[in-house]
Design a protein around this ligand. Sequence first.
Ligand SMILES: C[S@@+](CC[C@H](N)C(=O)[O-])C[C@H]1O[C@@H](n2cnc3c(N)ncnc32)[C@H](O)[C@@H]1O
Length: 295
Amino acid sequence: MLGFPRIPTLAPVKNTPDLVVAGASMTSPQMTSETGVDSNELAAKVREMYRAVAENPKGSYHFELGRDLAERLGYPPSILDEIPEAAVDSFAGVGYFFDLADLKVGEEVLDLGSGSGMDVFFAARQVGEGGRVAGIDMTPEQLDKAERLRSAAGFLQVTFIMGQIEDLPFDDAGFDVVVSNGVINLAPDKPKVFAGAARVLRPGGRLVVADIIAEVELTQSIVHNTDLWASCIGGAAQQDTYQEAIEAAGFRLELMKKNPYRFLSERARDASARYGVKSVSVLARRDGSKASKGK
Ligand SMILES: C[S@@+](CC[C@H](N)C(=O)[O-])C[C@H]1O[C@@H](n2cnc3c(N)ncnc32)[C@H](O)[C@@H]1O
């Protein structure tokens, strides 16, 4: 694993050497975020929702899932065919960004909130066996599923790690690209997530995310509602604030584009119309000249 970030404090789980737990606790740290949302309650709701997505992807949800969604967002069907089908079934992202990521053979990639692993496997097909892809997620059932699929399909360049995207258990400057799909909106402390991404990227490295943001700041009644957060609405940052958080972490924003993502529930559609809640894909580059403000 030459050149792959070391994970010094991790212990193996269930004899699966490529699934490791970061830190000792599964409890979300009590975050004193500016949002005022109860971060422990939110983490519990997010885990519960994405446990269901991992275990029962054909169930009924208030958001779209799976292959039809992936194809509509722009994922090439021919590459989806090369990815474990069960990972595609549980895909719950909000945009396609691999056109922006432009992954090269041999690159090292980290996926924040990797879910059942579809984007990790997608990236692994692109970087090849000489590259490396790590996925980090806090929902055990998502990780278990991703690891089972990884092992069965023989993706040797892939590692899944349990942990929080706010507290990345990786060395500084070990990745070429950090990706994330539909996850950062769920994090109460977004500046901390971007700072961590900057820290683990090499100078000039790319941050490529699809996420939910809002054109207008959401009302406090929406922001304080953990159910709306877990549904990818309540945590949508206002667009300027989101861009500023990316830039404050030491990135240069290169591109932001709107994705053809649809909200299904009436409440989400209403928020989308009223506050301009939307999915975007973002490409930003870690400043090569000045040190990042990572932890
Ligand atoms: C909307 S799903 C997206 C999963 C995956 N990126 C995909 O496209 O299918 C959100 C995922 O992020 C994970 N997640 C949410 N907040 C997280 C956090 N603070 N730290 C780690 N994982 C988190 C959830 O467990 C869930 O698997």
